[in-house]
Ligand binder design. Structure first.
Ligand code: UD1
Length: 433
């Protein structure tokens, strides 16, 4: 199993390119099942999660062609002339929760699907009840047997009015994809507002769907007028706001000056505000931003995660790592996922002083962290440990980096290019230094 070794203390100086968003790319890949024509996605990240979903979709009948030297960098073309299987088996879905998202497109296109209930990050229970509720409202018959969802809509899906009890990114995306091909109009209330969702809507619209937000409604609302058929498209994946936010925090932690290119600062406004409050300099550019910190100690900042446009839960572990070295006490409240403080125990191994009560962590900043062997527990938590390691004295080895590989492309390369002392240890020993 690969590990990552980091020797802390180097400042970061240079440029880091930001890739396409993982959380958008995987939904766009699933959406390609809605048409029998090719869907070409540019600015595609190459990640364990996109590879896994690709493998699942190949079993469903999708032909996948990857190209790394396209006019817009890495691209993937997905083409499903015919759905040859409507089964998403446990061995693939359990490795990545988002592969569950093929369920809606499969029912919409073929009228049936058998999809394993998902696994994914160990951050709370993460049920899929809202996904199923939405599909049932659209007219699918759903049965659960032996860990599988059996869905059927032999006469097609029908538009419906659906009010979610709370905002769910996955359930909103699922409902939107299925409703694109349903007969009639669907209204989704308390719909999620994340940028990746707008990216999916934009791609579906370019494929011939009719989706718009209703800005006059009381609750965040998306209206989908079903169409009979969707066609092929070329679509550029929106930049990864979580990758950009992560490297912004890394630069703040290590000190130095890093230019993040190809990202959209407006998608991480609360993080930028929090960094500035902590004493970090952020200069926004047209297509990215420059993050700089001189030697001064960071100031403590309280944050509270919530659904977009609030502070992203996917940046919480990173920000907590930063606050471990602030000059004072900060409170970090997590409201999106239960059990998303698993990185706290690992951060304490660096000498961080953090106490947790319910969904609030109080971080008492310390003057120095010390490198330690630590373990990645989930995707975003593991990159929080990398951030702590960048400023810790001595060497840190992060185990179970497969969590990290799910969502961060060429992380060692990107950090090393800015002067960080990071290397991957393959298997049990180092093979590349
Ligand atoms: C997506 C992102 C993830 C991010 C999260 C919140 C992807 C692949 N993942 O996850 O990186 O952290 O949004 O921004 O895009 N819930 C239910 N029932 C459901 C669905 C969700 O109770 O049917 C709960 C979840 O357990 C969680 C909350 O709703 O507590 C929000 O989850 P949701 O917005 O659905 O997150 P994901 O789509 O899973």
């Amino acid at each position: 199993m690969d590990r990552i070794a980091i020797t802390g203390g180097a400042r970061l100086n240079g440029e880091i390119p930001i890739g396409g968003a993982k959380n958008s790319a995987i939904k766009l890949m699933a959406a390609s099942l809605l048409t029998d024509e090719p869907v070409r996605l540019t600015n595609m990240p190459r990640l364990a999660d996109t590879r896994l979903l690709g493998r699942l979709m190949q079993r469903l009948g999708t032909q996948i062609v990857e190209r790394d030297d396209g006019p817009d960098g890495q691209e993937t073309t997905l083409h499903t002339p015919e759905v040859v299987s409507t089964i998403a088996p446990y061995d693939l879905v359990r490795q990545m929760r988002a592969s569950f998202n093929v369920l809606g497109p499969l029912i919409a296109r073929t009228g049936q699907a058998k999809v394993s209930l998902p696994g994914g990050c160990a951050i709370g229970a993460r049920p899929v009840d809202l996904h199923l509720m939405a599909l049932e409202a659209l007219g699918a018959r759903i049965d659960l047997h032996e860990g599988y969802v059996y869905a059927q809509a032999p006469r097609g899906l029908k538009g419906a009015e659906i009010e979610f009890p709370f905002s769910s990114v996955g359930a909103t995306e699922h409902a939107m994809m299925a409703a694109a091909l349903a007969e009639g109009t669907t209204v989704l209330r308390r719909a999620a507002q994340e940028p990746e969702l707008d990216d999916l809507a934009e791609c579906l619209n370019a494929m011939g769907a009719k989706i718009h937000r209703d800005p006059t409604a009381n609750l965040p609302t998306i209206v989908i007028e079903g169409v009979g058929k969707l066609h092929g498209v070329t679509h550029r994946v929106v930049p990864d706001r979580i990758e950009m936010g992560t490297y912004a925090v890394a630069a703040a932690m290590a000190g130095g000056e890093v230019k993040l290119t190809g990202g959209r600062p407006e998608h991480i406004r609360p993080l930028i505000d929090a960094l500035e409050e902590a004493g970090v300099t952020v200069n926004e550019l047209n297509d990215g931003m420059v993050v700089a910190r001189n030697g001064a100690r960071l100031k403590p900042v309280n944050i509270e995660t919530d659904v977009y446009p609030a502070f992203a839960t996917d940046l919480q572990a990173q920000f907590m790592a930063l606050m471990t070295m602030a000059d004072g006490e900060s409170v970090i409240k997590e409201t999106v996922f239960e059990n998303r403080f698993m990185h706290v125990a690992e951060l304490r191994r660096f000498g961080a002083d953090i106490s947790v009560s319910g969904n609030e962590a109080t971080v008492h900043g310390v003057e120095k962290l010390e490198g330690a062997p630590v373990m990645a527990t989930d995707l975003r938590a593991s990159v929080g440990l990398v951030i702590a390691a960048l400023a810790a004295k001595g060497e840190t080895v992060v185990d179970r980096v497969y969590h990290l590989d799910r969502g961060f492309e060429r992380l060692e390369e990107k950090l090393s290019a800015c002067g960080a002392n990071v290397r991957r240890l393959k298997g049990d020993g180092p093979i590349e230094d």
